[in-house]
Ligand binder design. Structure first.
Ligand SMILES: C[S@@+](CC[C@H](N)C(=O)[O-])C[C@H]1O[C@@H](n2cnc3c(N)ncnc32)[C@H](O)[C@@H]1O
Length: 759
């Protein structure tokens, strides 16, 4: 309890520091590898143009092996001599044999006190304080209690450090990877030669070296603009000789959260708020206001671009605004962006999964993608962060995000903002249309209809669930009967005695598990169930499965999608849902008859999303495309047609979309007149000249297929021009009315038909 309190206290407002994560230090395994493969490193590093010195080499090496550890970062100015409240530790004595069990572990901090030499386990927030050869704090001990005192002035954002011992990280701390060593290019950042020269040197040499270090440190001070107290290299600690100091490159290589400067960044940018006033002290309030303004600007500008594609994609936010423009004022005020997104998603619970999916796709699509924290400008998502984080990135870096969640204030301020801070996801559906994740936009009247149907379903399900609970082993027929009773639409979650909440537990009661298995087996063997039409858009499950994969730190694997989703879905809690999922599998829907005759391809693509197809590196072979590429249907309000085909001007014709297998779906009536100036809101066809002139086609339905084409009349002959899409991403073709609320438009109906025939 006592230890718990020690930790909990650090979340108090007046606490001047916080626990952060850093990837500065290598794991034990990394260090061993490094020693083993020194030669290899050199060879590899030589290939890297950017890495001219050893320190960078070393860093890059670790960039590929992120290893996170804790660190303590100041959140407020801490004056020299001040006791750092709440940064306390507690010593728990260790017996010798127990101590041995901790050998080689860095997760525990063992302290040997000079008085009796006993080993103690250091517990409490103080255990997160890292070593620096030029520390800004020192430990002090009172009985079993350890506290920290600042020996230099510490600014917000600076890491709180102490010196552990002279030889803690090997002889003369040669494996030390503190900021000071990094700046000096020594120890963990030095070359083996440094060590040799150091070992050979005499005491007099050491004095000269110290003097030289002092000179270099002064030089550094003037370079980075820190005063003597804040300087990372000010204290003369025992350290090998410094051959040269390349402050710019070494600072650049720093990946600790407390040091975020890059090569040409002046020291001011080490501050959480980049100094925009030419070095003058700016009041916190003003900086916060400035930051808010920046956020607003950023918000407007936030765009997502895939450079390998036909067009830039505007944000979902902009689409939403466009939609709002057509609304009356009252509706507009009540209709939030989230409403819009969720109306597309149809299920709030999928938001997170979809986010993960976007995140992974974003990484797939642009390997150099980085985002800067809107609060502290730290790049928090870059090439090195390709391994999926446990938490999704926000537009605030993890540190600022967490801080905002706790204090409703922007780091480092702890004064709550007047209004609740809105925390945006970094990948907020901006790429919805691009990535190929399908959403479902349900018109309000349709939504109502479905709701009514769903309500009906719930009541019928209630009856069914009674039956089920009385009979564990359901026969195939039983299932079919159950389903026949069902209305179309997604099954509702209903109270069910056998319902499993959350993931299957490791130690589930045996009885329940058997029951579950029996039912699953029964359901998966159904061959010809009466398929409830269901509602379109269920493919979001795919995104879901992907997210799950990411959570397991795995690359997305399309092969896994069909199966893993079923196992882990939240909805798989109930047997009902398992049944539905089975029915929704590709086998079942293949048997469904297309509802629009010539407009729908005979051969339906599988209900999978193949991430490999989506990657730049590989183009799917025709066979693969036929098998894997789905026909995506997403209504969008894009202001740009993404696929532009250039027919000869002055011609008229029709537009069709092609599936991956080459089948065509005509989406605009052939032979329609081209009247560029009069855009009929209800027209069924769109002139190919509209596209050729790249005119804006508002409120379009988007259909992602294998390609798109036009057929037109030229010299009395019908000609065709088709373009295959390289990636199975969503492409839009202008298609429908200008009015988004007009769901009676023929093209909207067509879209619905296509949608319903799809699933
Ligand atoms: C008392 S703990 C400090 C907290 C630690 N970072 C953590 O998250 O548990 C000591 C461990 O931190 C790491 N560490 C701290 N300072 C270091 C430094 N200057 N160089 C290399 N590793 C360091 C080492 O792994 C060391 O065993």
């Amino acid at each position: 309890m006592h230890y718990c309190l020690l930790y909990l206290r650090i979340y108090q407002k007046k606490c001047t520091f916080e626990i952060e994560v850093t990837d500065r230090y290598p794991s034990k395994a990394d260090t061993d590898d490094e020693n083993d493969d020194d030669e290899d490193h050199d060879n590899n590093d030589n290939e890297n143009d950017n890495n001219n010195n050893q320190s960078n080499k070393s860093n890059d090496q670790h960039a590929t092996k992120p290893h996170l550890e804790g660190c303590v970062v100041a959140r407020q100015h801490i004056k020299k001599g001040a006791h750092i409240e709440f940064l306390d530790g507690w010593l728990a004595g260790l017996e010798d044999d127990v101590e041995n069990t901790f050998q080689g572990e860095t997760d525990f901090s063992i302290i040997h006190t000079s008085r009796n030499g006993n080993a103690n386990l250091l517990l409490g927030p103080a255990r997160f304080v890292n070593h620096d050869c030029s520390p800004n704090c020192s430990f002090s001990r009172k009985g079993k209690r350890i506290s920290l005192r600042a020996i230099k002035n510490i600014s917000p954002g600076q890491e709180v450090t102490v010196t552990y011992a002279k030889n803690y990280f090997g002889y003369r701390n040669r494996e030390c990877r503190c900021v000071t060593c990094e700046v000096r290019g020594v120890n963990g950042f030095g070359t083996p030669n440094d060590y040799n020269s150091d070992e050979d040197s005499s005491d007099t040499d050491a004095l000269t070296k110290l003097k030289r270090q002092k000179r270099q440190q002064n030089k550094l001070n003037s370079l980075v603009g820190l005063n003597a107290d804040q300087d990372a290299t000010s204290s003369l600690v025992s350290s090998p000789a410094v051959e040269s100091i390349d402050s710019e490159s070494t600072l650049h290589s720093s990946r600790s959260p407390s040091v975020t400067a890059d090569a040409d960044t002046p020291a001011s940018s080490l501050e959480p708020f980049p100094d925009k006033t030419g070095g003058q002290e700016v009041p916190l309030k003003r900086r916060l206001r400035q930051r808010e303004e920046d956020i607003n600007v950023e918000d407007k500008l936030f765009k997502f671009t895939f450079d390998d594609d036909d067009a830039n994609f505007t944000t979902t936010r902009e689409e939403w605004k466009l939609l709002c423009r057509g609304m009356n004022k009252e509706d507009r005020e009540n209709y939030t962006l989230h409403d819009y997104i969720f109306s597309k998603l149809s299920d709030r619970g999928r938001y997170k999964d979809l986010q993960r999916f976007f995140f992974s796709c974003a990484i797939e699509a642009d390997l150099d993608l980085t985002l800067d924290c809107v609060n502290c400008s730290t790049p928090f998502f870059g090439p090195d962060d390709r391994i999926a984080p446990r938490r999704l990135p926000t537009r605030l870096c993890p540190r600022c995000h967490r801080h905002a969640v706790i204090f409703n204030a922007y780091w480092p301020s702890v004064e709550p903002e007047v209004e609740t801070i809105t925390l945006y996801r970094a990948w907020d559906f901006t790429s919805l249309k691009d990535i190929g994740v399908r959403g479902e936009f349900v018109p309000p009247d349709e939504k109502k209809k479905r709701k009514d149907l769903d309500d009906l379903t719930v009541s019928s399900e209630d009856d069914d669930s009674d039956d089920e609970s009385s009979d564990d082993e359901m026969s195939e027929n039983d299932v079919t009967v159950t389903l026949e009773k069902k209305r179309p639409g997604r099954p509702r979650k209903i109270p069910n005695p056998t319902r499993r909440v959350g993931r299957p537990r490791k130690h589930e009661p045996l009885e329940l598990e058997t029951k579950f298995k029996q039912k699953s087996t029964t359901t998966t063997t159904i061959t010809k169930p009466t398929v409830p039409p269901g509602r379109p858009g269920r493919v979001l499950n795919n995104g879901r499965a992907n997210g799950r994969h990411l959570g397991r730190r795995k690359r997305l694997d399309p092969e896994d999608l069909d199966t893993s989703g079923n196992e882990n879905e939240h909805e798989s809690d109930s047997d009902e849902v398992i049944i539905m999922k089975t029915i929704r599998s590709k086998r079942t829907y293949k048997r469904r008859k297309p509802e629009i005759s010539q407009a729908v391809p005979r051969r339906q693509p599988r209900l999978t999303f193949d991430v490999d197809d989506n990657s730049r590196s590989r183009r799917a072979s025709p066979d693969e495309t036929t098998a894997r590429r789905p026909l995506y249907v997403v209504p969008l309000n894009s202001d740009k047609p993404m696929c532009i085909l250039n027919p000869p001007t002055g011609t008229s014709g029709s537009i069709f979309l092609t599936t991956a297998s080459g089948e065509k779906i005509t989406i605009a009536a052939p032979g329609s007149e081209f009247i560029p100036t009069e855009m009929s809101p209800l027209r069924e066809s769109i002139s190919i000249n509209d596209l050729s002139q790249r005119s804006v086609v508002p409120d379009v339905a988007a259909v992602a297929v294998g390609g798109a084409g036009i057929s037109y009349l030229a010299n009395g002959k019908t000609r065709e021009r088709t373009r295959a899409f390289r990636y199975p991403k969503i492409k839009t073709i202008g298609l429908t009315s200008k009015r988004t609320d007009d769901y009676s438009s023929p093209s909207w109906k067509l879209l619905q038909q296509v949608q319903s025939s799809r699933y």
